[in-house]
Write a protein that binds this ligand. Structure first.
Ligand SMILES: [Zn+2]
Length: 562
C-alpha cells in the first residue's frame, strides 16, 4: 500500500475482528455464536446512530461467512478470502450505498445477479448502507428477493433511520440495534491507538473529544485526527477544545465563581472573552448547564459525578459549598430560558449578558421580578417541580415532533403587561421629531459605553424609538427586565446623566416594552384624532405625514387599523 497519503485513523483502526469492535458486545457475541453453530440468517438489519460500528461489523460478518479458517466465529484475516475482502477485491462481497444507488434498476440488478453462485467465496454478501434511502419501488424489488433468498446469499442492511423502512422488509430480517458507544469506551480506544502510535496525551483531552463525539467512534477518531494535525506529539486539552469548540471546565468554573460572588463585571468580562475567542453561545450554555447539574448531583451524591466531569475544576467543590440547591435550580432555569431565546435571535451575546445579570440575582428576587406568579420564594420543592415541568414540556414537544424554533420552552404564563406610562410617554410623543430621534440614535452607542458594565449589559437590548427636545422613549426588548429597569433609580440616573453629557441638554428617559410600543403609538395617534385610514395613500395622508416626521420613513412605520 502506498504510504504517501495520510490515512484517516478510523480507516486504519477499523476493527478487523468481532473482538476489536468496541461497545457492541451483545451483538458481536450473538453473531459469533450463530457462525459457530451454523445458524446465520439470510438477511440482517443493523440499526443505530452513525459511527457505532454497523458497517465495520457487516464487513467482519462478510469475512467470517467466507473465511477458510474460521476460529470460534472469528475470521482469521490471513486466508485468501479474508485478504481479498480486506482489500476490496472479492467480487462476492458487494457494498451498495443506497444514498447514491436508490433506483429500482439497481435493486433489480441485485435480484438478477443474486441468482448466480459466488465466484470464489462460499457466500455472496450484499451490504446495503443507508438502506432507508431506497425508493418504494426499490424496496418492493428488494422484498421479492428477501421472500425467496437464494441459499448462497446474505443481505446486510444498515441504517440510521429504521423507522423509514417498511415493516414487510423488517419482518424478513434479523434486527440488531447498535448502541451509542460510551464515553469511557471511546476514551479507552483513543488511548489504545495513541499508545500504539507513541503519542502522549492529557487524559482530560480524550474526555473532551469523547463528549463531543456523542457516542460515535468514527466522529471521535475524526476529531482526534484533527487534533493530531496540530503537529505535536502530545494531545493537549487546549487543542481538543480548539477542535471541538468546547470551553475549558476551569473557564466555566471561573465564570460561575464570579457570578456566585456577585462580581457581575468579572462575569460579563469572562463571557465576552469566551465569545470573542470564537466559542459558540449554544455550546457554552450547554456546558454551563452541564456544570450546574454536576454541582447539584455532587451535593446529593458525590460518587455519581464521574471522573471526566467538572470535578476536575478547582472551583467545583467551593461552588458546591457556596450555592444552595434553590440557587442552582434558579441558574439552570435562567440558562434554559436563554437557550430558548438563542434559537430566535442573531444576537447571542446580548442574551448571554442578560442571563449573566440574572444569574447573579437571588432566587427569591428573580421570582419576584419575573412576571409569572409561579414559584413561591425560594421553596426548593416548587423550583424542583418547575424544572420537572420544563423537562416534561420539552419531552412532550420533542415526542410530538415540534421543531425547536416553534416550541415554547415553557407553558406561556398569563402575560402581565408592564404598566404603560401615558403621562410620561404622551408629552414626548407630542413634541417628537425625526431629527431629535436621529440625534439620540447617533450618540446611543457612545452612551452605552459610558454606562457601568452591568447597566450596559441591560441596556444593550434597548433602542431609542422616539425623541423630542426634552425626552427620549426607549424600547426594551426583554420584557422581564423592562420593569426592573424602570424601577432601577440608579440606572435611570446613570442614563439621564450620560445623555445630558452627550446631548448637551437634560433629557427625560421613558422606557417602554418593545412589544407594547406599536400599541402605545397607535393608541396615541387614535387619541389625537387620527382617522381610520385603511386604504389611504401614505404620502397624501396628513397623519402618516406626521408619523413620518416623528419617526422617519413611512416604510418603517407600521400603521394598522385592525
Ligand atoms: Zn480467513
Amino acid at each position: 500500500m502506498s504510504q504517501v497519503s495520510y490515512q484517516a485513523l478510523y480507516r486504519v483502526w477499523r476493527p478487523q475482528t468481532f473482538a476489536d469492535v468496541i461497545g457492541q458486545t451483545a451483538i458481536t457475541t450473538t453473531l459469533k455464536n450463530a457462525l459457530v453453530t451454523g445458524q446465520t440468517s439470510h438477511a440482517y438489519l443493523f440499526c443505530g446512530p452513525r459511527g457505532t460500528g454497523k458497517t465495520s461489523v457487516a464487513k467482519i460478518l462478510a469475512k467470517a461467512l467466507n473465511c477458510e479458517h474460521l476460529q470460534d466465529g472469528e475470521p482469521d484475516n490471513t486466508c485468501e478470502m479474508c485478504l481479498a475482502i480486506n482489500n476490496g477485491s472479492l467480487t462476492d462481497v458487494i457494498e451498495i450505498d443506497a444514498a447514491s444507488n436508490n433506483g429500482v434498476d439497481e435493486i433489480r440488478d441485485i435480484r438478477d445477479k443474486a441468482k448466480y453462485a459466488p465466484t470464489l467465496g462460499r457466500v455472496k454478501v450484499y451490504i446495503i448502507d443507508e438502506v432507508h434511502m431506497l425508493s418504494t419501488g426499490a424496496f418492493n424489488a428488494l422484498l421479492k428477493t428477501l421472500e425467496e433468498p437464494p441459499a448462497h446469499v446474505v443481505f446486510i442492511l444498515a441504517t440510521t433511520e429504521p423507522q423509514k423502512i417498511p415493516a414487510t422488509i423488517i419482518s424478513r430480517t434479523q434486527r440488531f440495534d447498535f448502541r451509542r458507544i460510551t464515553a469511557d469506551d471511546i476514551v479507552g480506544r483513543m488511548a489504545y491507538i495513541l499508545d500504539d502510535k507513541g503519542i502522549t496525551y492529557d487524559q482530560a483531552a480524550l474526555g473532551i473529544i469523547a463528549k463531543a463525539a456523542e457516542g460515535g467512534m468514527r466522529d471521535a477518531l475524526s476529531i482526534l485526527d484533527q487534533v493530531l494535525s496540530f503537529g505535536q506529539n502530545h494531545v493537549t486539552v487546549e487543542n481538543a477544545l480548539d477542535v471541538t469548540g468546547g470551553v475549558a471546565v476551569t473557564q466555566l468554573g471561573a465564570y460561575l465563581t464570579a457570578v456566585a460572588k456577585g462580581e457581575s463585571a468579572q462575569a460579563l468580562e469572562a463571557i465576552e472573552q469566551l465569545l470573542a475567542s470564537g466559542k459558540d453561545a449554544g455550546r457554552l450554555l450547554d456546558d454551563l448547564i452541564g456544570y450546574l447539574r454536576d454541582l447539584l448531583v455532587f451535593q446529593q451524591a458525590p460518587s455519581l459525578v464521574g471522573e471526566t466531569s467538572a470535578l476536575q475544576d478547582s472551583h467545583f467543590k467551593d461552588l458546591a459549598q457556596a450555592l444552595a440547591p434553590a440557587k442552582l435550580y434558579h441558574m439552570i432555569n435562567v440558562l434554559n430560558e436563554t437557550q430558548g431565546q438563542l434559537r430566535l435571535t442573531n444576537h447571542p451575546t446580548l442574551y448571554l449578558e442578560v442571563a449573566t445579570v440574572r444569574l447573579g440575582e437571588a432566587p427569591a428576587q428573580a421570582t419576584a421580578a419575573t412576571p409569572q406568579p409561579a414559584a413561591p420564594s425560594a421553596d426548593v420543592a416548587a423550583l424542583e417541580a418547575q424544572v420537572k415541568h420544563l423537562q416534561d414540556t420539552v419531552a412532550t414537544l420533542q415526542a410530538s415532533g415540534a421543531t425547536a424554533t416553534a416550541a415554547p420552552r415553557q407553558k406561556p404564563a398569563p402575560k402581565k403587561h408592564v404598566q404603560v406610562n401615558k403621562a410620561q410617554i404622551y408629552p414626548v410623543l407630542g413634541a417628537a421629531t425625526k431629527a431629535d430621534l436621529l440625534k439620540v440614535k447617533d450618540i446611543w452607542p457612545d452612551l452605552l459605553n459610558m454606562l457601568s458594565v452591568t447597566k450596559r449589559a441591560m441596556m444593550r437590548i434597548s433602542e431609542p424609538v422616539a425623541a423630542s427636545p426634552t425626552g427620549v422613549i426607549v424600547s426594551f426588548a426583554y420584557d422581564i427586565l423592562v420593569e426592573r429597569a424602570m424601577n432601577d433609580a440608579a440606572l435611570m440616573t446613570e442614563l439621564e446623566s450620560a445623555l445630558n453629557r452627550l446631548m448637551g441638554d437634560p433629557l427625560k428617559v421613558v422606557l417602554v416594552q418593545k412589544d407594547e410600543w406599536p400599541r402605545v403609538r397607535k393608541a396615541y395617534l387614535q387619541e389625537m384624532g387620527a382617522p381610520k385610514a385603511k386604504a389611504a395613500k401614505p404620502a397624501a395622508d396628513p397623519v402618516v405625514k406626521t408619523i413620518t416626521d416623528m419617526f422617519g420613513d413611512a416604510d418603517n412605520v407600521a400603521i394598522k387599523n385592525d
